[in-house]
Design a protein around this ligand. Structure first.
Ligand SMILES: [Zn+2]
Length: 76
């Protein structure tokens, strides 16, 4: 017998755009990547609202001068 419970969905409302989101949720122990937001964009928008005065999301991604995060720093 095939059990339909393998098709799990998580429903939530994106706090940024107020859209109802239904995410496929095969593993209940994991949350969607941008939970509780529907997308990275909404996550960033909400973050921008929090830090409105100090932080603005650039309209165009110009990240040519990305500083390398992965520097060879010895941690001991
Ligand atoms: Zn959203």
């Amino acid at each position: 017998m095939v059990n339909d419970e393998t098709h799990r969905y998580l429903q939530f409302t994106c706090p940024s755009c107020k859209r109802r989101v239904r995410a496929h949720q095969p593993d209940p122990s994991k949350l969607p990547r941008f939970f509780p937001f529907c997308s990275e964009r909404c996550k960033l928008v909400d973050l921008g609202a929090w830090l409105d005065a100090d932080y603005r999301i650039p309209s165009r991604p110009e990240e040519d001068s990305d500083p390398p995060i992965d520097q060879a720093e010895p941690h001991q």
